[in-house]
Design a protein around this ligand. Structure first.
Ligand SMILES: C[S@@+](CC[C@H](N)C(=O)[O-])C[C@H]1O[C@@H](n2cnc3c(N)ncnc32)[C@H](O)[C@@H]1O
Length: 269
């Protein structure tokens, strides 16, 4: 199958009418390869035929949404960044906000949100709230269940293993973490964002988005953060227009929204 540009535009337009998700904001090459492969799995001979299948039932639409982006994740992914989170970032944020409001944007099956909940519960217990959002319903259901595979545990530091209880072939996150966590469906490319976040984690999500979509997203995150709040991005990601948006970036992969009148990056120590 080699669809023409007009066929792609028709597919995107139909999908946007149906779900509100604008596929034009995803990198075209990567996305179109995935769509062609999905159409092949359903023996569709044209993009039009696949569009009919995708739109035929909510279940089909969910199936498509769940496969749009890879939802690979892991507890304590890039462990050195989580050490910084524990030693520098959380103490810094807690100085001005005793109850942290945190967002894991593009949370997949909740590994990032659970990693943070473990650190908070063990080192800084309190009435903190971590919201996880994603477009992938199946991943969100797994996040809500708190079940992880053995592979997810590769990078979990010893002191946090007590939060993961072996249950058959899987590991169940400890009940103590539940009070911090909530998960809900959310589209980063269309939804209105909540405000007042102390910390937003958006890692390994924007790799799928066009440059324009990324720029807009980072501006929206900036507006959603409290002054002094921090945006945590993936370990291959850089915000090229960070200064223009207003962020200060004194630590790699952590960007701070400055507090008016204060030096941009305040050291936690
Ligand atoms: C590779 S996972 C990242 C998981 C986690 N943040 C991490 O770094 O381990 C990318 C996630 O982005 C989600 N995603 C893709 N497009 C999205 C959108 N428009 N809105 C919300 N989530 C989206 C996918 O469903 C997928 O679960």
């Amino acid at each position: 199958m080699l669809p023409k540009p007009a066929e792609w535009q028709e597919f995107y337009a139909q999908f946007k009418r149906k779900t509100g998700l604008d596929l034009d904001l995803y990198k075209a090459n990567q996305l179109q390869r995935r769509i062609i492969s999905m159409a092949g799995q359903h023996q569709c001979k044209s993009l039009g035929e696949f569009a009919q299948w995708v739109n035929a039932s909510p279940m089909n639409t969910e199936w498509f949404l769940d496969r749009l982006a890879i939802n690979v994740s892991e507890l304590f992914r890039n462990p050195e960044k989580w050490t910084e989170m524990e030693k520098d970032i959380l103490p810094l944020l807690l100085k001005s906000s005793p109850r942290l409001k945190i967002w894991s944007a593009g949370c997949s099956y909740g590994a990032e949100a659970h990693s943070l909940a473990m650190i908070l519960d063990k080192k800084f217990p309190g009435s903190h709230r971590i919201l996880g959002t994603d477009i992938d319903t199946a991943a969100l259901n797994q996040a809500k269940s708190g079940l992880f595979s053995k592979n997810d545990l590769r990078c979990v530091p010893k002191e946090y293993r007590e939060y993961l209880v072996e249950s058959g072939a899987e590991f169940q996150a400890d009940e103590r973490l539940k009070k911090y966590l909530s998960f809900q469906k959310g589209n980063l490319l269309a939804d209105r964002f909540e405000t007042g976040f102390d910390l937003i984690m958006c890692r390994n999500v924007v790799i799928y988005f066009t440059e324009t979509a990324k720029d807009e997203l980072y501006e929206k995150f900036f507006r959603s953060l409290k002054p002094g709040g921090i945006l945590f991005v993936g370990s291959t990601e850089r915000i090229t227009r960070s200064g223009e948006i207003g962020f200060s970036a004194a630590k790699p992969f952590y960007y701070q929204k400055p507090i008016a009148g204060e030096k941009a990056w305040r050291n936690a120590s």
